[in-house]
Write a protein that binds this ligand. Structure first.
Ligand code: ADP
Ligand code: LRH
Length: 477
């Protein structure tokens, strides 16, 4: 039996989980969880990265002696370091407004079609590429750029690298070669020398520094292992699908990431127009998916309502009329924080639908809208990749929301298998276990999850006609 600490930083909370892995067993326990609260300062929205690092250290202390540590987090964001390796300012949050209007400038140099053909990445204003163009004035003083999990790994070990799955979210990687896209970078004047050398999941990433050992009370040497450091890559690695199964997945948390696991990218113009992304997964896979605003919509409403209890809210939502009003849950208008109940009401009003009034009605509108967006993404992914599916796996925090899982099954007209909830941490643990134990492939890890993790099956109820009607309502806007 070996123990692995999985540090998993989501946009809403960070956690340090301990996975104990035996020949036919996998137990996951939470050592420490801490809130991830972005901070708005006069210059914009920032991550409180020192507080996150402190949470990681507290978590490692609570985890106790482990055989290895791995870190994953949300994508695209980064810290800049000076020549001495010191952090230059707080990392900017991907919901910050500095990238507004930047994409159009980039496309004047590299047209959007060419950018997609070269990188396979969806358009999102926060792709690292656009952030770097927005930050051009700050770059001259920077010697190094580390993506968030790579930055924390550097602080833990003193060693620098750029993990591949997360690097694929920068829009500077060619998904066919799985190497940097030198052509895109040079045309946009981005110095790829800012990035540390690429690392693959499974590669060693150093050992905990003496100071870290002292602070956490761990006995060295404790290796840090590169995992799929993009949280969505780790979560997809923990989708408990069987070999040969025709499946789609939805990683539900702050975001919903809905799509397919492929062995090659889809770089067609139709795919670009539908805004599907080709991010890199473990073992040569491609995560072909769409970003949907996810439970962020609900998180922001709950914040606006003064943090009422989620259970009661979901009970009210279950009683509220179904599909009365829906919004486009893929629409970037919902990206920025603030005024979420009002913005949802405005979207309903603008599309000529009844305006949900109570928290229960607004919550129902959000969950119906998410299920509808899940349906659309999974339908379009199947068509664009020519890969029909028979089942949808739902992983992440949203698996705790039974109403959302059932609505997703109903909307898709497909069975949903929900679980594991802590998929990113489990994918993180599986990669560490493989690096430090027998070399299993992705399928063996998934089979272990099926045998050891609680999963809930939701059968689709009713036919999909009301969902198609709601879809048409939105399309007619
Ligand atoms: P992230 O990793 O992006 O921070 P998570 O995967 O932790 O997100 O998911 C967080 C979401 O899970 C919350 O926004 C909330 O909607 C949902 N969630 C958490 N606990 C519960 C619960 N007890 N019941 C229903 N939903 C829950
Ligand atoms: C989910 C996630 C997602 C990215 C977004 C920025 O946590 O990593 O895959 O698109 O954050």
């Amino acid at each position: 039996m070996k123990s692995y600490a999985a540090v998993d930083l989501g946009a809403s909370s960070g956690r340090v989980m301990v996975g104990r892995v035996g020949p036919d067993s996998l137990e996951l326990a939470e050592a420490h969880r801490f809130v991830n609260r972005p901070v708005r300062v006069p210059e914009g929205l920032r991550w409180d990265v020192l507080s996150l690092y402190a949470g990681v250290l507290d978590g490692l202390k609570a985890a106790g002696q482990v055989d290895s540590v791995g870190i994953d987090s949300w994508a695209v964001d980064y810290g800049l370091l000076d020549a001495d390796g010191a952090l230059l300012g707080n990392p900017v949050h991907y919901r910050d407004s500095r990238t507004e209007g930047v994409a159009e400038k980039v496309w004047a140099t590299v047209p959007a079609e060419e950018l997609y053909a070269a990188t396979g990445l969806q358009y999102a204003p926060f792709n690292t590429l656009y952030q770097l163009v927005a930050a051009k004035d700050q770059l001259p003083s920077a010697q190094r750029l580390l993506l968030i999990p790579d930055l924390l790994t550097y602080w833990l070990t003193g060693e620098q690298g750029t993990e591949l799955t997360n690097a694929s979210t920068t829009q500077l990687i060619d998904p066919r070669t799985r190497e940097w896209s030198y052509d895109v970078a040079s045309r946009l004047g981005i110095d790829l020398g800012l990035f540390a050398p690429l690392r693959q999941p499974g590669d060693p990433a150093g050992v905990l520094r003496a100071e870290v050992l002292e602070e956490t009370g761990l006995r060295g040497p404790v290796p840090v292992t590169t995992v799929g450091s993009h949280d969505t890559a780790s979560a997809v690695a923990a989708v408990p699908a069987a070999v040969g199964e025709r499946f789609a997945y939805i990683c539900t948390g702050t975001w919903s990431l809905a799509g397919l696991e492929l062995d090659a990218p889809v770089l067609t113009e139709e795919s670009r127009a539908a805004n599907f992304t080709n991010e890199l997964g473990l073992d040569g896979t491609v995560r072909y998916l769409r970003n949907i605003m996810g439970l962020w919509l609900l998180q922001e409403c709950v914040r606006a309502w003064g943090e009422p209890e989620l259970g009661a809210l979901l009970l009210d939502a279950a009683k509220a009329p179904a599909l009365r009003s829906v919004v486009d849950a893929s629409d970037p208008v919902f990206l920025a924080p603030g005024r979420m109940p009002e913005r949802i009401a405005e979207a309903c009003r603008a599309s000529g639908q009844p305006v949900p009034e109570t928290p229960g009605e607004i919550t129902r509108c959000i969950l119906d809208s998410l299920a509808l967006a899940h349906r659309k993404a999974i339908e379009e992914a199947q068509r664009l990749a020519d890969r029909p599916v028979d089942v949808v796996y739902v992983v992440g925090g949203g698996t705790r929301n039974a109403l959302l899982c059932q609505l997703t099954a109903d909307a898709c007209g497909l069975p949903v298998v929900a679980g594991p909830t802590e998929a990113a941490a489990l994918g993180n643990v599986l990669v560490q276990a493989r690096a430090h134990g027998p070399a299993d492939d992705l399928a063996d890890g998934r089979a272990l999850l099926t045998r050891t993790q609680p999963l809930t099956r939701y059968e689709p109820q009713g036919d999909t006609a009301p969902w198609r009607e709601a879809e048409a309502r939105l399309a007619a806007r």
